[in-house]
Write a protein that binds this ligand. Structure first.
Ligand code: ITT
Length: 188
Protein backbone atom coordinates (compact mmCIF):
# COMPACT_ATOMS: atom_id res chain seq x y z
CA UNK A 1 0.00 0.00 0.00
CA UNK A 2 1.18 3.54 -0.77
CA UNK A 3 0.13 6.48 1.37
CA UNK A 4 0.94 10.17 1.06
CA UNK A 5 1.85 11.87 4.36
CA UNK A 6 0.96 15.57 4.40
CA UNK A 7 3.06 17.26 7.09
CA UNK A 8 5.44 20.15 7.55
CA UNK A 9 7.13 18.50 10.51
CA UNK A 10 10.38 16.55 9.85
CA UNK A 11 10.43 15.18 13.41
CA UNK A 12 7.09 13.45 12.91
CA UNK A 13 8.35 11.88 9.69
CA UNK A 14 11.45 10.60 11.51
CA UNK A 15 9.41 9.12 14.40
CA UNK A 16 6.95 7.52 11.94
CA UNK A 17 9.87 6.02 10.04
CA UNK A 18 11.14 4.44 13.23
CA UNK A 19 7.72 3.14 14.34
CA UNK A 20 7.10 1.67 10.88
CA UNK A 21 10.55 0.08 10.55
CA UNK A 22 10.27 -3.40 8.95
CA UNK A 23 6.57 -2.81 8.17
CA UNK A 24 5.39 -3.05 4.58
CA UNK A 25 3.96 0.43 4.01
CA UNK A 26 5.29 2.95 1.51
CA UNK A 27 4.99 6.53 2.79
CA UNK A 28 5.57 9.46 0.47
CA UNK A 29 5.94 12.97 1.88
CA UNK A 30 3.48 15.52 0.59
CA UNK A 31 3.99 19.25 0.85
CA UNK A 32 0.54 20.76 1.14
CA UNK A 33 -0.29 23.04 4.00
CA UNK A 34 -4.00 23.39 4.68
CA UNK A 35 -5.33 25.40 7.63
CA UNK A 36 -6.29 23.49 10.78
CA UNK A 37 -9.74 23.79 12.36
CA UNK A 38 -10.08 25.02 15.96
CA UNK A 39 -11.61 21.79 17.35
CA UNK A 40 -10.30 20.94 20.83
CA UNK A 41 -9.74 17.24 20.10
CA UNK A 42 -6.80 16.56 17.77
CA UNK A 43 -8.80 13.65 16.34
CA UNK A 44 -11.43 16.07 14.97
CA UNK A 45 -8.70 18.36 13.64
CA UNK A 46 -6.95 15.44 11.90
CA UNK A 47 -10.17 14.03 10.43
CA UNK A 48 -11.01 17.32 8.68
CA UNK A 49 -7.41 18.01 7.70
CA UNK A 50 -7.09 14.62 5.94
CA UNK A 51 -10.00 15.38 3.61
CA UNK A 52 -8.78 18.96 2.94
CA UNK A 53 -5.22 17.78 2.29
CA UNK A 54 -6.43 15.15 -0.17
CA UNK A 55 -8.40 17.79 -2.05
CA UNK A 56 -5.45 20.21 -2.08
CA UNK A 57 -2.97 17.52 -3.16
CA UNK A 58 -4.63 16.30 -6.35
CA UNK A 59 -3.31 12.73 -5.97
CA UNK A 60 -5.27 9.50 -6.29
CA UNK A 61 -3.77 7.49 -3.40
CA UNK A 62 -4.83 7.72 0.27
CA UNK A 63 -3.64 10.84 2.11
CA UNK A 64 -2.58 10.72 5.76
CA UNK A 65 -2.18 13.57 8.25
CA UNK A 66 -1.27 13.52 11.92
CA UNK A 67 -2.26 16.01 14.57
CA UNK A 68 -0.79 15.99 18.06
CA UNK A 69 -1.28 18.02 21.19
CA UNK A 70 -0.24 18.29 24.83
CA UNK A 71 -3.24 18.51 27.19
CA UNK A 72 -2.45 19.93 30.65
CA UNK A 73 -5.01 19.09 33.33
CA UNK A 74 -4.67 22.19 35.51
CA UNK A 75 -4.96 24.38 32.38
CA UNK A 76 -8.26 22.71 31.38
CA UNK A 77 -6.54 20.85 28.55
CA UNK A 78 -4.63 23.85 27.15
CA UNK A 79 -2.61 24.04 24.89
CA UNK A 80 -4.18 20.84 23.40
CA UNK A 81 -4.91 21.26 19.71
CA UNK A 82 -3.26 24.71 19.92
CA UNK A 83 0.10 23.20 20.96
CA UNK A 84 1.80 24.24 17.71
CA UNK A 85 0.63 27.84 17.96
CA UNK A 86 1.53 28.09 21.65
CA UNK A 87 5.06 26.73 21.30
CA UNK A 88 5.75 29.00 18.33
CA UNK A 89 4.71 32.06 20.34
CA UNK A 90 5.91 31.19 23.85
CA UNK A 91 8.19 28.13 23.68
CA UNK A 92 8.28 25.31 26.26
CA UNK A 93 9.52 27.97 28.70
CA UNK A 94 6.19 29.73 28.26
CA UNK A 95 4.39 26.63 29.46
CA UNK A 96 6.67 26.35 32.51
CA UNK A 97 6.06 30.02 33.31
CA UNK A 98 2.30 29.60 32.99
CA UNK A 99 2.45 26.64 35.39
CA UNK A 100 4.92 28.18 37.85
CA UNK A 101 2.50 28.13 40.79
CA UNK A 102 0.57 25.01 39.86
CA UNK A 103 1.16 21.83 41.85
CA UNK A 104 -1.01 19.60 39.70
CA UNK A 105 1.41 18.88 36.82
CA UNK A 106 -0.63 16.08 35.18
CA UNK A 107 -0.73 16.12 31.38
CA UNK A 108 -1.04 13.83 28.40
CA UNK A 109 0.03 13.84 24.78
CA UNK A 110 -2.48 12.73 22.17
CA UNK A 111 -1.73 11.88 18.56
CA UNK A 112 -4.38 11.19 15.95
CA UNK A 113 -3.54 9.89 12.52
CA UNK A 114 -6.28 10.37 9.92
CA UNK A 115 -6.29 8.79 6.46
CA UNK A 116 -8.61 9.79 3.64
CA UNK A 117 -9.38 6.90 1.29
CA UNK A 118 -10.41 8.20 -2.15
CA UNK A 119 -11.97 4.90 -3.27
CA UNK A 120 -14.96 5.37 -0.90
CA UNK A 121 -14.45 8.87 0.55
CA UNK A 122 -13.96 7.35 3.99
CA UNK A 123 -11.68 8.83 6.72
CA UNK A 124 -10.20 6.43 9.27
CA UNK A 125 -8.51 7.64 12.45
CA UNK A 126 -5.95 5.96 14.71
CA UNK A 127 -5.08 7.51 18.05
CA UNK A 128 -2.63 7.12 20.92
CA UNK A 129 -2.25 8.79 24.30
CA UNK A 130 0.71 9.02 26.65
CA UNK A 131 0.09 10.14 30.22
CA UNK A 132 2.64 11.92 32.37
CA UNK A 133 3.46 15.22 33.98
CA UNK A 134 5.08 18.56 33.21
CA UNK A 135 8.53 18.95 34.76
CA UNK A 136 9.59 22.01 36.80
CA UNK A 137 12.39 22.83 34.36
CA UNK A 138 13.56 22.04 30.84
CA UNK A 139 15.73 18.89 30.62
CA UNK A 140 17.41 17.02 27.76
CA UNK A 141 18.19 17.61 24.12
CA UNK A 142 16.53 14.71 22.28
CA UNK A 143 13.13 14.67 20.58
CA UNK A 144 11.35 17.92 19.73
CA UNK A 145 8.59 20.30 20.79
CA UNK A 146 7.50 19.78 24.40
CA UNK A 147 9.74 16.72 24.95
CA UNK A 148 12.13 18.62 27.31
CA UNK A 149 9.27 19.36 29.74
CA UNK A 150 7.26 16.11 29.58
CA UNK A 151 7.93 13.21 31.97
CA UNK A 152 5.98 10.06 31.08
CA UNK A 153 4.11 8.21 33.84
CA UNK A 154 6.28 5.83 35.93
CA UNK A 155 9.50 7.49 34.70
CA UNK A 156 11.91 10.08 36.12
CA UNK A 157 13.37 11.54 32.95
CA UNK A 158 11.80 13.76 30.32
CA UNK A 159 11.24 12.37 26.82
CA UNK A 160 14.09 14.65 25.66
CA UNK A 161 16.44 12.97 28.17
CA UNK A 162 15.33 9.45 27.29
CA UNK A 163 14.46 9.17 23.64
CA UNK A 164 14.54 5.34 23.72
CA UNK A 165 11.60 5.39 26.15
CA UNK A 166 9.76 7.81 23.86
CA UNK A 167 10.22 5.40 20.92
CA UNK A 168 8.71 2.57 22.98
CA UNK A 169 5.75 4.22 24.74
CA UNK A 170 4.85 7.47 23.02
CA UNK A 171 1.41 8.65 21.87
CA UNK A 172 2.75 8.50 18.28
CA UNK A 173 4.03 4.93 18.66
CA UNK A 174 0.60 3.84 19.99
CA UNK A 175 -1.25 5.55 17.14
CA UNK A 176 1.08 3.94 14.58
CA UNK A 177 0.52 0.53 16.23
CA UNK A 178 -3.27 1.00 15.74
CA UNK A 179 -2.62 1.88 12.09
CA UNK A 180 -0.47 -1.25 11.65
CA UNK A 181 -3.26 -3.45 13.12
CA UNK A 182 -5.74 -1.92 10.68
CA UNK A 183 -3.46 -2.55 7.69
CA UNK A 184 -2.76 -6.13 8.81
CA UNK A 185 -6.52 -6.76 9.12
CA UNK A 186 -7.13 -5.32 5.66
CA UNK A 187 -4.48 -7.63 4.22
CA UNK A 188 -5.94 -10.82 5.78
P1 ITT B 1 1.94 19.34 10.77
O1 ITT B 1 2.41 20.05 9.52
O2 ITT B 1 2.04 17.84 10.64
O3 ITT B 1 0.59 19.79 11.28
P2 ITT B 1 2.92 20.61 13.23
O4 ITT B 1 4.30 20.84 13.74
O5 ITT B 1 2.05 21.80 12.97
O6 ITT B 1 3.03 19.71 11.89
P3 ITT B 1 1.00 19.51 15.21
O7 ITT B 1 0.04 20.62 15.00
O8 ITT B 1 0.47 18.12 15.15
O9 ITT B 1 2.25 19.58 14.19
O10 ITT B 1 1.75 19.61 16.60
C1 ITT B 1 1.78 20.78 17.32
C2 ITT B 1 3.06 20.91 18.08
O11 ITT B 1 3.03 20.01 19.18
C3 ITT B 1 4.34 20.55 17.31
O12 ITT B 1 4.80 21.61 16.52
C4 ITT B 1 5.28 20.24 18.47
O13 ITT B 1 5.84 21.41 18.98
C5 ITT B 1 4.34 19.61 19.49
N1 ITT B 1 4.44 18.15 19.44
C6 ITT B 1 3.80 17.31 18.58
N2 ITT B 1 4.20 16.04 18.80
C7 ITT B 1 5.10 16.09 19.81
C8 ITT B 1 5.88 15.14 20.47
O14 ITT B 1 5.85 13.86 20.13
N3 ITT B 1 6.69 15.55 21.45
C9 ITT B 1 6.75 16.84 21.81
N4 ITT B 1 6.07 17.82 21.22
C10 ITT B 1 5.24 17.45 20.22
Amino acid sequence: MEIFFATSNDNKVREFGHALKDFDLKIKRLNVNVPETDDEDVEDVARKKARDSFEAAGVDSPVMVEDSGLYVKSLNGFPGSMSGFFIKKCGEEGLLKLMKNLDNRKAFFKTSIAIYFPKNGDVKTFSGKCRGKISRDKRGSGGFGYDPVFIPENHENTFAEDIETKKRISHRKKAVDELKDFINNEKS
